[in-house]
Design a protein around this ligand. Structure first.
Ligand SMILES: [Fe+2]
Length: 230
């Protein structure tokens, strides 16, 4: 499994599965800076073309623009924090920059996990895959898990619904990430995340349409990607 460490000890996602947005096949992009630990992060070239069934072109284009903002601010903050550290600064200004870095970096990575698993030609979950079997063993059935996952995604608040795996035990859990970086289960691996910030759905579904949006996302989840993260 391809694991990423987030914020030092916090691993919330695997991004090695490649892109499944329009025109990009598995493994098309390696998101890791190659060989240079100080290299900037590059916005990954997700392209949803004229939109996805249930998610319009304009909504997705706006969402991708927001994602690029997270990437740019992550790069800027990393530079600012390091410059401060190299000159021995440790006061409130650099402390606040570190807090913002957690927000921006997590926002960047979560969007990559989300977009990477969205596809107009999504693969359905495989009943024979170990992930499917683990879901059934945990919740009783795939449908029961989805009901709980949807309930997670429609919790009050701004954040993300997530299906996580604890790599230490294999245990699955649904989780809620508040904003991007809060209430995260440290060390757990994000198998699936759904963005439920208002920008993810209000344009197409209105402010009260989050449940309809989550229903629309369900058939777009590419289980080839999710299963690869398991
Ligand atoms: Fe978003």
């Amino acid at each position: 499994m391809d694991r990423r460490t987030l914020l030092g000890t916090l691993a919330i996602g695997a991004v090695g599965a490649g892109l499944h947005a329009k025109g990009l096949g598995p493994g098309a992009v390696d998101a890791k800076p190659a060989g240079n630990p100080l290299a900037d992060y590059a916005a990954r070239p997700f392209d949803f073309g004229t939109g996805l069934p249930g998610l319009g072109k304009d909504l997705l284009a706006e969402h991708l623009t927001l994602y690029k903002g997270y990437v740019g601010r992550t790069n800027a903050l990393l530079k600012e924090v390091l410059a401060a550290e190299r000159t021995g600064q440790a006061g409130p200004a650099v402390q606040e920059l570190r807090r913002r870095l957690g927000f921006e970096f997590s926002g960047m990575r979560l969007h990559e996990l989300y977009f990477e698993a969205l596809s107009a030609s999504a693969a359905k979950p495989s009943g024979t895959h170990p992930l499917h079997q683990a879901i059934t063993a945990t919740w009783g059935s795939f449908d029961a898990w989805w009901a709980a996952f949807k309930a997670t995604c429609t919790m009050t608040g701004i954040g993300w619904g997530a299906l996580l795996k604890d790599p230490a035990t294999g245990r699955l859990m649904n989780a809620w990430f508040q904003d991007h970086e809060n209430a995260v289960a440290v060390g757990a691996q994000a198998l699936l995340v759904v963005d439920v910030w208002e920008h993810a759905y209000v344009k197409d579904y209105g402010a009260t349409g989050r449940a309809k949006y989550v229903d629309a996302v369900k058939p777009l989840i590419d289980w080839r990607v999710v299963e690869k993260r398991f």
